[in-house]
Ligand binder design. Sequence first.
Ligand code: NI
Length: 180
Amino acid sequence: MDIQTLYQKTILFAAERHGEQKIPCSNIPYIVHVSNVCMEIIFAATHTNGFDLPLAMQVALLHDILEDTPTTENELETQFGVAVTEGVKALTKNENLPKAEQMPDSLRRIREQPKEIRAVKLADRITNLQPPPDYWTQEKIRQYHLDSILIYNTLKDENTFLAERLLNESRMYKKYFIAK
Ligand code: NI
């Protein structure tokens, strides 16, 4: 299957599963978030040696599908194979853990994955560093910034191009809160 056809197959599957979901606090369909992550990945691929773009692209488009939709691991494996499924699983929070442990736990699992999966995590956070919703407290915004720096510090050696972009976006995000 050529990569454009694979993109179509994957984004249609993701769009169907995310259905009516919206980006939080907006009227924008959730699939826009997922395709923005994929856009970051496609640009990063041209700056990364030996990058498996089909793998990274599929994982980018499917990265929230286990966390946010009833799609099962088996179904994902049947449709997209083991490597994609393992990547998406690593990017899925373990909601049985206390909230404060969910990010470090996920980052630990992501670090055991190929560089393409680690790149998707960087791309996801770059895409999410948008103006925070009105109802977020200063504390939550500050924590979101700290989490972004944690992602940067943990994964910065995996993909220099995306790491630089994340660092820049994190710096710009500082305008949304008052530093302590
Ligand atoms: Ni996401």
